[in-house]
Design a protein around this ligand. Structure first.
Ligand SMILES: C[S@@+](CC[C@H](N)C(=O)[O-])C[C@H]1O[C@@H](n2cnc3c(N)ncnc32)[C@H](O)[C@@H]1O
Length: 326
């Protein structure tokens, strides 16, 4: 923290920068948020992320590592990366409000010198290339907001370092209802969040959420877990480790993944041995589960899939019927 800044001045700045989405503290300074996301982050998210990252860098010199936090929001995960003493942490968000809060939190308040905060879009290839290469990339809560969710995997290819040390931490939502999660349809069925949840200047081509200042290229849409799995395989991700976070249940349905290009069997064992968080288990992901729901084992999912197939068949027959009628 800048020593010349008084606590009162800092508290005024915190107020001016509202709304905050997460709770933060530094010495006697507290940033308070009353969101559900803040509660979840304090109960599970923070500890999980710190534990995973600590594990990933355990046998490496942090001073040689660069990390990237994509869609960093106000820097709640960037904060953890910076605190691990990495050589450099780059945080990117498209929202001006989030960038201002992240700048304040990470630089002014916490005084990190290993952080670079940049406003830009992850879909902008040239911008992303200009950031350099990274050993760890956090890609949480963003895939389902992108206009072109496949393009980002091409862009990520250009950010991987040559020395092979590379981890992608991908977390994406699928949202409910459950029957759409297990639907055999391809990548997405493009169902969108109710429009009243977003507001603002649609003419700019971006959506703005007044609740917390996030900016999105598009409304959330439902990805299909097995399609995400296939895409990851196609891009050469070998070690696909999933963990079912206890937050997934309450919040929506997620895949939380730790991905590498070079399989490391010891990583799975280490994560399970060193990270003992009640309700959290790391396992090899085969694309057939979201959080703790496994599609091909539970009788309910079999029943649902049967119902969906039946529904498609009826739909097809009706469509054919209509054609014949014309
Ligand atoms: C759902 S939040 C996830 C925040 C954080 N990564 C996490 O998991 O808690 C999505 C964030 O991505 C940002 N965002 C949305 N589209 C983006 C884009 N095209 N490029 C960069 N950031 C974007 C939003 O402003 C928001 O901060």
């Amino acid at each position: 923290m800048k020593t010349t800044t008084s606590i009162e001045e800092l508290e005024n700045r915190i107020k001016l920068l509202e709304p905050w989405r997460y709770n933060h503290s530094y010495g006697e300074i507290l940033i308070k948020s009353d969101t559900f996301a803040a509660q979840l982050h304090d109960r599970f998210g923070k500890g999980l992320m710190r534990g995973i990252l600590t594990n990933l860098i355990a046998d490496k010199d942090p001073k040689e590592l660069r990390a990237l936090d994509l869609g960093c929001l106000e820097g709640h995960y960037t904060d953890i990366l910076c605190s691990l003493g990495l050589k450099e942490v780059v945080a990117v968000d498209v929202s001006e409000g989030h960038i201002e809060r992240a700048e304040f939190l990470l630089k002014e308040l916490k005084g990190y010198e290993n952080v670079t905060i940049v406003q830009g879009s992850v879909g902008d290839e040239n911008f992303m290339k200009s950031l350099g290469r990274f050993h760890i990339i956090l890609f949480h809560g963003l895939l389902y907001h992108l206009k072109d969710p496949l393009k980002i995997f091409d862009i990520l290819e250009g950010l991987i370092p040559d020395d092979g040390v590379f981890y992608l931490l991908l977390s994406t939502q699928y949202k409910m209802p459950y029957n759409l999660v297990v639907s055999p349809m391809p990548l997405a069925d493009l169902q969108i969040k109710p429009l009243e949840e977003v507001d603002g200047d649609h003419s700019s081509g971006l959506l703005y959420s007044p609740a917390d200042g996030s900016v999105f290229e598009r409304c959330s849409f439902r990805l299909n877990p097995s399609a995400v799995y296939r895409v990851l395989k196609l891009y050469g991700y070998q070690g696909l480790i999933a963990y079912d976070s206890p937050i997934g249940y309450d919040y929506s349905f997620h895949s939380n993944l730790v991905l590498t290009k070079r399989p490391q069997p010891s990583l799975l064992v280490n994560l399970n041995n060193h990270l003992k968080i009640p309700g959290v288990k790391f396992y090899e992901w085969d694309g057939a589960s979201v959080d703790s729901y496994r599609f091909n084992k539970k009788w309910i999912s079999k029943l649902l899939r049967f119902a969906i197939r039946l529904q498609f068949r009826i739909f097809k027959t009706l469509k054919l019927g209509r054609k014949n009628f014309r």
